[in-house]
Design a protein around this ligand. Structure first.
Ligand code: UDP
Ligand code: MN
Length: 254
């Protein structure tokens, strides 16, 4: 049975451990899975280190910091800067260095830390020949986006925004066979890509639209959601401090 390699970029914020917990508890239900977690950080943090070791999952822990001039500001709209680009490339590099395409079978999926995954998605992607695709819920300011399928072939994209992009779908909407990384050894994500074209630029290096394998009952079922977690307010922590009171115990990890 092919191994599923999940590539997850992650960065520190109040909700990080909660996000990673939701993912880990889903991934525990999936056989033959290897979780590659890449921190957007100069160092590997204690939080993620301990979290992964305690998870019981097969994992690889990496880190690479996004250069500061590319980093999102908390006031930037979320589409302004690329997110997770160098981290995903680090994950791809790890697979190129550690996977033997002559003796192993694998499939690669980019599992962002804030999405929500139905475990059946992993059954759908496991036997991907080149690249498989499916709908993604709660994305593109729509209920879902999806490949348009006719006679079990992808013929276009259901999305409002620029449906003529080569692969007009979200990162969560496809998986690739690990062999492709060796057929196309230079394929990677790029920091300087027209906004909304990250997936298109990447997949154009690996496949053509006629090679796509529609999954999830010919792309009629939503098994992954592009959820985005609200940033929690900490204003009462600040109020404690203004009153000269200590606020919450920083030794308690959240
Ligand atoms: N990410 C990161 N560094 C950042 C911002 C995001 O590593 O400065 C990660 C994030 O944890 C997620 C992925 O990149 O796994 C995509 O980011 P996000 O979910 O914010 O993007 P969106 O879903 O809004 O497009
Ligand atoms: Mn996200």
């Amino acid at each position: 049975m092919p191994t599923i390699y999940l590539i997850t970029p992650t960065y520190y914020r109040h909700v990080q451990k909660a996000e990673l917990t939701r993912l880990a508890h889903t991934f525990m239900l999936v056989p033959n899975l290897h979780w590659i977690v890449i921190e957007d950080s100069e160092v590997k943090t204690k939080l993620v280190f301990h979290f992964l070791h305690e998870s019981g999952l097969n994992f690889t822990h990496l880190n690479v910091a996004t250069p500061s001039h590319y980093k999102m500001d908390s006031t930037d709209p979320n589409w302004l800067k690329p997110r997770g680009v160098l981290q995903r490339n680090a994950g791809l590099q790890w697979i190129r260095d550690n996977f033997d395409p002559d003796h192993q079978q694998g499939v690669i999926y980019f599992a962002d830390d804030d999405n929500t995954y139905d475990i059946r998605l992993f059954d759908e992607m496991r036997w991907t020949r080149k690249a498989s695709v499916w709908p993604v819920g709660l994305v593109g300011y729509l209920r879902y986006e999806s490949p348009v399928v006719k006679n079990s072939k992808v013929i276009g994209w259901f999305t409002y925004w620029e449906p003529n992009r080569p692969f007009a779908m979200d990162m969560a909407g496809f998986a690739i066979n690990a062999e492709l990384l060796f057929d196309f050894p230079d394929a990677k994500f790029k920091l300087q890509v027209r906004r909304g074209y990250q997936e298109s630029e990447f997949l154009s290096q690996l496949v053509t639209i006629d090679q796509l394998e529609p999954k999830a009952e010919d792309c009629t079922k939503v098994l992954v959601w592009h959820t985005r977690t609200e940033k929690p307010q900490m204003k009462n922590e600040d109020k404690f401090k203004k009153k000269g009171l200590p606020g919450s115990d920083m030794n308690v990890e959240i």
